[in-house]
Design a protein around this ligand. Sequence first.
Ligand SMILES: *[C@@H]1O[C@H](CO)[C@@H](O)[C@H](O)[C@H]1NC(C)=O
Ligand SMILES: *[C@@H]1O[C@H](CO)[C@@H](O)[C@H](O)[C@H]1NC(C)=O
Ligand SMILES: *[C@@H]1O[C@H](CO)[C@@H](O)[C@H](O)[C@H]1NC(C)=O
Length: 493
Amino acid sequence: MGAPLRISAARSPSYFLPFLIGLLSLTALFLYQVDSFVSRVKTVAGHNLDPTPWHIFPTRNFDEETRQARAYKIIQCSYFTCPYTNTTTTATPSRPRHSKSSSQQCPEFFSFIHHDLEPWSRTGITKKHVMEAKNFAAFRVVIFKGRLYLDLYYACVQSRMMFTIWGLLQLLERYPGMVPDVDLMFDCMDRPNINKTEHSSMPLPLFRYCTTQDHFDIPFPDWSFWGWPEINIRPWNEEFRDIKQVSKSQSWSRKWPRAYWKGNPDVLSPIRTELLQCNHSRKWGAHILRQDWGEEAKAGFEGSKLSDQCKYRYKIYAEGFAWSVSLKYIISCGSLALIISPQYEDFFSRGLLPKKNYWPVAPDELCQSIKFAVDWGNVNPSEAQAIGKNGQDFMETLSMDRVYDYMFHLITEYSKLQDFKPVPSSSGLEVCVDSVLCFADEKQKQFLERSTAFPSPSPPCTLQPANGNLIKSWLQQKQRVIEDVRAMEKQKV
Ligand SMILES: *[C@@H]1O[C@H](CO)[C@@H](O)[C@H](O)[C@H]1NC(C)=O
Ligand SMILES: *[C@@H]1O[C@H](CO)[C@@H](O)[C@H](O)[C@H]1NC(C)=O
Ligand SMILES: *[C@@H]1O[C@H](CO)[C@@H](O)[C@H](O)[C@H]1NC(C)=O
């Protein structure tokens, strides 16, 4: 089409005009093609993705950039950032040599990895399982020869997806050559979705941030361990260090002998709504405050420093729309954590034991139960302090090193169940550290860079073999202690 045009244009100047029009329309056609291509490229920052149909939220706005700049960025970050790879020749990165002696036992709660994967222990995880789970997933992760390939289906709220993918990329950095090939589906919204009753004939393996005893969803560390820039929560190791330091600066006797909660009650959480009723210092021993993230953001988050919230002897944890990332910060204070019996569990909360690391609060008699805990603690200060300290120690054990170890073992155990060889799908796009940074805005970049992982000098902790009885007796013990506390409450009345 181009060649005859050029020839006719050369022959006579009167053909020049059609030539120019032809050229312009070709250019327009090309730009149109680029535009339509760009409008289809889905990105880890959320471009061209709709919210999940099972949990609608406002779509993110990218209109701070011009259309052209956005197109350039999408193409640049998606296609020209990760080093060129020929997957048929790239060798798996060589394993670092670790002295076996330096490996320690994983924390006991890592046993839940076996528990979570038990539904597939006999059938294995087939390609069909994975493709069925796709119907509930926001994205698909394939790790192949130490590289990560992503298929994106739906957007995730705020920067969750970016920070979750970043976490996986850091795992690859931390244990080069050790993370096995894997093909998994991930949903990033709050509530578990694979109901055990409805999916009993074919359990679907779906990763997300929490689960319940009635769901097959597989819990995985949430994005906030690497940071949550929208509400100014920094990477976990930084937050923990600061919270612990501030909490140490105030002795137990000088902490307020009251229970404290500050959060957003408007998240369709019946328990948080009810908690507002307990806001009475003398009557219920509780201070309940509303967190307005919009206002906090305007004030530069000065009023919401997590470490400033440790001035109380008792800190309440209440679930939100599902589990809440606030749990780890609340327990880190070293105050006595009053946990309102949760329905949802994340990967680590299952390791907490009532009256050892926290105090269990009954959801049905909420204010009375809080009041009972506060009175008990004020009468038994050394016991209350010891439980608070045990909680803080538990969170200290959950360092980023252990978070990576959990991810490592979960992915490794999952991969052992796959009865197929994972390969990147034809639509999968490689994502690497540089491409995530390329998409990140200034603030996100700061948070991401601060949570960079380096190759581990020691191997991952040693995972105990599967032992169903261990989990069973663990859950029974937990239940017994909670019943003891309920009995204590009844006696008081
Ligand atoms: C990748 O490497 C293989 C083996 O050396 C070679 O046959 C193949 O042509 C390469 N592919 C590309 C796209 O360069
Ligand atoms: C699971 O599904 C069953 C049957 O539809 C329903 O009765 C039950 O409430 C569901 N469970 C949860 C936790 O949603
Ligand atoms: C709880 O009570 C305090 C003091 O009376 C008040 O300042 C605060 O706004 C109340 N909290 C809520 C959520 O209403």
